[in-house]
Design a protein around this ligand. Structure first.
Ligand SMILES: [Zn+2]
Length: 99
C-alpha cells in the first residue's frame, strides 16, 4: 500500500518536471542581451553600427520572386571598421529589423 503511494507520487513529480524544457523555451523566446562592441568601441546602440538582415538560400530565391522573405538572422555591423559585433538569431530582433 505504502509502495503504491510512493510510485504514484513519483509519477506525478515526473510529469510536472519534463527535463527542464520550459526553461530552455523561455531563454529562446527572450532576445539575446547584446554587450559586445567592435574594435572602435561601438555597440549595437551606436549610430555607426547598422543592422543588416542576412538571408539564407531560400530567402534569396524568395526575394527574386518578389516575395517578402524573413531574414535568417540580423548582423550588426560597424560601418567604421566593418566588424560584425553581433549576430541575432532570435525572432524578436529579426522582426524588429524586418520591413
Ligand atoms: Zn568599429
Amino acid at each position: 500500500m505504502a509502495l503504491a503511494v510512493l510510485v504514484a507520487a513519483g509519477r506525478a513529480v515526473a510529469s510536472h518536471a519534463p527535463g527542464g524544457e520550459p526553461v530552455n523555451d523561455k531563454t529562446a523566446a527572450t532576445p539575446t542581451p547584446v554587450t559586445a562592441s567592435c574594435g572602435c568601441n561601438h555597440t549595437t546602440d551606436s549610430r555607426e553600427v547598422v543592422a543588416e538582415p542576412r538571408y539564407g538560400l531560400f530567402g534569396y530565391s524568395a526575394l527574386l520572386f518578389g516575395v517578402t522573405a524573413r531574414p535568417k538572422r540580423v548582423d550588426f555591423v560597424c560601418t567604421r571598421c566593418g566588424e560584425t559585433i553581433h549576430r541575432a538569431h532570435d525572432a524578436a530582433t529579426i522582426d524588429e529589423h524586418t520591413n
